[in-house]
Design a protein around this ligand. Structure first.
Ligand code: SF4
Length: 384
């Protein structure tokens, strides 16, 4: 590490303090700002989920990572770095990766007062997670398992040689008990469910398991968009999506924070039903909505190659730079001025809205010109 930081006291994560919300930067820095780096720290995992963003690129051995000094230097160069996300593969799978990459990153974030989210499947032995508990602000887990068969099939859907059923079931139990134990010990565990044809029939069961059995503090709901990695699973029509959201709001546990991310519903769309749903989301207790961070305040860095992508639509856009050559704030500025980002990025302060990302636009709003919607909204609401 080049700079020396003194640890800041972080405010606990809550409905009113969501450090991953890209709109925070609009308020603090008056524009989209690089404040979040996601690191892909391993290509290894004990599962092979069909829906996993990296499920088909997972390997059996990791290459050597880049020198940590280079990674620290690139982080030091980001003046407004607020959050770090650690993803894989399963970041806690490889002991070598934990020692050489994950723990050094966690320590860096801790020293600099940066919030950390880890994306894990929580199926490994509990002591691995307890070992890093003090450094984790959000332990994020995907839960899309409406039936035990969906876990044993989809959870290993991209694996050539299937483990025995008994071993798969053991991992499911471990995930539930790990989540409960870590929550009871004070970790903020947030479970995410995708809205798609496979999960919608089971949303109530999944939600109840997340709240009652796993003791999660937050249930995140994200529509599934048809990026390559998810192409096997069926996406919902816009109408089905809105019905699913109403359905969730009908039965959810009112005491558990429900966070909706990347919703395809916008204040500028002239549809009365949309506006009713938005109003319901805004006025329901313990419910929040988050703008999509990808490309708004976040870049992803691969610690092995140094490649930088805009996560979730890396497939559309490819690698945009490499930290061996470029500073991350420069990469972010170049991304913001790219024709793709320029064609998408809109902003309506009246609604704290940052508009759709490329996947949302391609899926549901191919013929909508959000730039002209933005102009119209600015005129109506006299926004600058
Ligand atoms: S920011 Fe974009 S998507 Fe959101 S209300 Fe304004 S024009 Fe619509």
């Amino acid at each position: 590490m080049l700079k020396t930081y003194t640890s800041n006291i972080k405010k606990p994560i809550s409905m009113t303090n969501d450090p991953w919300e890209a709109y925070n930067d609009m308020q603090s820095h008056n524009g989209l700002t690089l404040s979040n780096i996601e690191f892909t720290t391993t290509n290894l995992c004990n599962m092979r989920c069909s829906h996993c963003a990296v499920g088909y690129t997972l390997q059996t051995a990791d290459p050597d990572p880049l020198p940590m000094d280079l990674i620290y230097r690139r982080l030091d160069e980001i003046p407004h770095l607020t959050t770090m996300s650690i993803t894989g593969g399963e970041p806690m799978f490889s002991k070598k990766s934990i020692k050489n990459v994950v723990k050094p990153l966690l320590k860096y974030a801790y020293d600099r007062g940066i919030y950390v989210q880890m994306n894990s499947n929580l199926t490994l032995p509990l002591d691995r997670y307890l070992d890093i508990a003090e450094y984790i602000d959000v332990m994020h887990i995907s839960h899309n398992w409406g039936t035990i068969e969906s876990f044993t099939d989809v959870g290993f859907g991209a694996m050539e040689k299937q483990p025995p059923l008994k071993a798969k079931l053991k991992l499911y139990d471990q995930m539930i008990t790990n989540s409960r134990t870590l929550s009871e010990q004070g970790m903020f565990v947030s479970a995410e469910t995708m809205l798609n044809q496979s999960t919608v029939p089971y949303l109530k069961k999944i939600h109840q398991e997340i709240v009652n059995d796993m003791n999660c503090q937050r249930h995140e709901i994200h529509p599934m968009y048809p990026a390559d990695f998810a192409s096997q699973l069926e996406v919902l029509s816009l109408k089905e999506m809105k019905e699913a959201i109403h359905h969730l709001l009908d039965f959810r546990d009112p005491n558990t924070w429900m966070l909706f991310g990347t919703l395809p519903i916008y204040p500028c769309i002239n549809d009365e039903n949309d506006q009713v749903l938005l109003q319901r989301l805004r006025s329901t207790n313990n419910v929040s909505m988050r703008n999509d961070p990808d490309g708004r305040n976040r870049l992803n860095v691969n610690v092995f190659t140094g490649n930088v992508i805009v996560t979730d639509f890396g497939d559309e856009n490819g690698t945009i730079s490499n930290i061996k050559n470029d500073k991350l704030p420069d990469v972010f500025s170049q991304w913001l001025s790219s024709p793709l980002a320029q064609s998408l990025n809109c902003h309506c302060s009246e609604f704290s809205c940052l508009g759709p990302n490329v996947l949302v636009k391609n899926m549901y709003y191919q013929n909508t010109d959000f730039k002209s919607n933005e102009q119209r909204m600015h005129n109506i609401y006299q926004m600058s």
